[in-house]
Design a protein around this ligand. Structure first.
Ligand code: DGT
Ligand code: CA
Ligand code: CA
Ligand code: ZN
Length: 655
């Protein structure tokens, strides 16, 4: 169906170095972005091969120019206007004409791609490392891959090179580690962004009846290995749809395409609206690569597996590739107990299937118009994808005892948010206005405390003044009959001995205190017993209402500190039993999702209330609540388990 022999995936660092396939629809055979990107890559490859700087620059300029054009490419070529453009020489002009009008890449570009060692392209993915220095290290040390670079850096061979030094050597080693972590899995928010953009593009192809994301993305895992997309297509449209998928924008490479399975690598050109990472809390940014993070992310890729099936088979394939593997195994066992064979093709009575395999056996499958029908055949209620982790959902589905999972529409507010008083981007007024627009009835402000100087922690004086402002707003809203109020809190650093960061008389003026660990390196250097004791001491402080981001983990960045959260939650449960509110935060930032969903069910069992907090540092940050809700759902939480569903009056009565 298409030519094999593309580069293997290991070469994909740096955002997919390959020349895309021409789209089948006729000229212009490539989009403006595709051509601009190809030109940019030629410039980089030339630089890697030590080409003349003027030549490199002419490709870079042409790339930039095409990238910023608004005119139609086909027309530019047809009218000959392309050849007249400043900065596009004769040679490049005719090459581009061939590309756009005939769909053929120039042979010297193809040759350039083929002759550059894959390892050198791979090295481009290391944050902060460009073609010039890669070329130098290749010449002087023979470094030609990430692995050989790592070896050279560890042996101290980079530092003595002119223009490099010990600092840059250490930075390279950090970058290599970051890249490896980054390539293995992606955060849920990033994975969903890619997945939804790709799903939308595939769904719009003629002949596609339905395209749906499966796998860990559908299950809302906190990180995603690869995307799995299941596509319903009638048999006669199968080939045309497969071809159309292969020429979609955003496909950096094709790893393989069989009869019903296509394996791809997507890059950021899958996004119609471009791609930005948005505002990131500096504490978080530091853990995920600092200034290099944006480069890593915009040069990032994600693998995707597409499965094309007929509409009759679709529900079975969707269920199978949604997983989890553990859930599938339990489901398959349940089928076996009923004399049925469950797989990605169907739910097939063994007596009929006999020796038959695969699709041949699937002819005898029980019908299923949707996933619900599959579960019904196995005497189960439909299990929402988030719960499919084999942690009790099948028994619950059998007994009609599945939880009524919390929904974003039930959220009335959140407590842990920042304003310009500490390190937030938006003012108190802007935050309140946005919360109201989101349909919330209350919003809590919890700016950082003085010890956290890097986050511009607010002094007691400023905090008290903020409290006065909040009182005035609340009074005004009450007068006007507006159903909205602000709660005033603080995010207090947890100081040595489990102490809080303000005197009691200041804390007494607040509605609540979110106590969080920020001295991460110190906490990570200590053992579990000490950390657990320290947290428990802090929870015992009468002013502590919420334990903020309980482990301090940053997904794809750093592990949390060692702590026995079971013990901490049990201790919190005792307080709650005696009528003192001690809630555990589920930090909704997709960089954190801390409390981990695996522990939510435990908190619920103990009766420790959970509060989902966006920890917003900007207006846009408030929307992160949705990731927190995803994690809460995955952790079996219902409206009753979560403080965010209470009215302001109910909350006031508790504090
Ligand atoms: P990921 O990609 O690592 O984030 O996690 P998943 O869950 O998306 O895993 P993936 O992409 O390897 O496979 C997608 C689903 O396919 C998986 O959740 C369940 C199903 N699956 C894959 N391999 C097996 C298997 O060996 N046995 C069973 N029963 N199911 C499998
Ligand atoms: Ca997957
Ligand atoms: Ca997969
Ligand atoms: Zn915070």
């Amino acid at each position: 169906m298409f030519d094999k022999g593309q580069r293997p995936s290991e070469t994909m660092a740096g955002g997919g170095f390959s020349l895309p396939k021409a789209r089948p629809s006729g000229p212009p055979y490539f989009s403006r972005n595709q051509v601009a990107k190809a030109l940019h890559q030629v410039a980089v490859l030339l630089e890697l091969q030590g080409a003349n700087v003027f030549r490199v620059r002419s490709y870079q300029n042409a790339s930039r120019m095409l990238g910023s054009l608004t005119e139609d490419l086909g027309e530019l070529v047809a009218t000959g206007r392309l050849l007249e453009m400043k900065g596009i020489g004769k040679g490049l002009g005719s090459a581009l004409t061939q590309v756009i009008a005939e769909g053929r890449w120039p042979s010297d570009w193809i040759e350039l791609h083929a002759s550059t060692p894959e390892g050198m392209i791979e090295m481009l993915g290391i944050p902060g490392l460009g073609p010039k220095r890669i070329k130098l290290m290749n010449q002087e040390l023979g470094v030609d891959s990430v692995a050989s670079l790592k070896e050279a850096a560890e042996a101290g061979k980079i530092a003595p090179m002119k223009g490099f030094g010990a600092k840059s050597q250490a930075r390279m080693l950090d970058g290599i580690e970051l890249l490896a972590r980054f390539r293995a899995r992606r955060r849920l928010d990033v994975g969903l962004m890619y997945g939804e953009a790709f799903e939308t593009r595939v769904a719009q192809i003629d002949g596609v009846i339905k395209a749906q994301l499966a796998g860990s993305a559908r299950r809302r895992k906190e990180t995603i290995g690869d995307l799995d997309l299941v596509v319903a297509v009638e048999h006669e449209h199968h080939d045309a749809v497969a071809t159309a998928i292969l020429s979609l924008p955003g496909i950096a490479d094709v790893k393989g395409a069989g009869d019903s399975k296509i394996s791809l690598i997507l890059d950021t050109s899958v996004f119609e609206e471009g791609f930005t990472v948005g505002h990131i809390d500096p504490n978080v940014l530091d853990a995920i690569g600092g200034e290099d993070y944006e480069q890593l992310e915009s040069g990032g890729t994600i693998d995707a597996q597409v499965r094309l099936v007929t509409p009759q088979v679709f529900p079975f394939t969707l269920a199978y590739f949604t997983g989890s593997k553990e859930h599938n195994i339990a489901m398959r066992q349940r089928a076996i107990d009923r004399g049925l064979r469950l797989n990605e093709f169907g739910l097939i009575p063994e007596v009929k299937a006999g020796e038959l395999k695969g699709m041949a056996a699937a002819k005898f499958s029980l019908d299923a118009i949707d996933e619900q029908s599959i579960y019904r055949h196995l005497d189960l209620e439909w299990v929402t994808p988030e719960l499919r982790e084999d942690t009790g959902e099948i028994v619950a589905a059998e007994q009609s005892a599945l939880p009524q999972l919390i929904q974003t529409s039930e959220i009335k507010g959140a407590w842990h948010n920042h304003t310009t008083l500490s390190d937030g981007e938006a003012s108190l007024e802007q935050m309140a206005e946005t919360a109201r627009k989101m349909g919330w009835n209350w919003l809590g402000i919890a700016d950082h405390s003085p010890t956290l100087q890097v986050a511009n922690g607010a002094s007691a004086e400023d905090l008290l003044a903020q409290g006065e402002t909040i009182k005035q707003y609340n009074a005004t809203w009450a007068d006007e009959g507006v159903d909205f109020r602000l709660f005033h809190g603080v995010e207090s650093d947890i100081l040595p001995g489990g102490k809080l960061d303000h005197p009691d008389e200041v804390l007494d003026t607040l509605d609540y205190t979110v106590a969080s660990v920020h001295a991460i390196s110190k906490w990570r250097a200590r053992d579990e017993i000490e950390n657990t004791e320290e947290l428990i001491r802090c929870i015992d402080h009468p002013a502590t209402t919420v334990l903020g981001h309980p482990t301090g983990r940053i997904l794809q960045g750093r592990d949390g500190y060692e702590v026995d959260l079971f013990a901490v939650l049990e201790h919190m449960a005792e307080h709650n039993d005696e009528g003192r509110l001690k809630a555990v935060e589920l930090n909704a930032s997709p960089y954190r999702l801390d409390l981990d969903w695996r522990l939510c069910k435990h908190a619920k069992g103990l009766g420790v209330p959970v509060i989902i907090n966006p920890d917003a540092h900007s207006l846009r940050g408030l929307a992160d609540i949705s990731y927190g809700v995803m994690a809460a759902r995955k952790g079996w939480l219902e409206a009753n388990d979560v403080l965010n569903t209470l009215t302001a009056e109910q909350l006031l009565a508790m504090i």
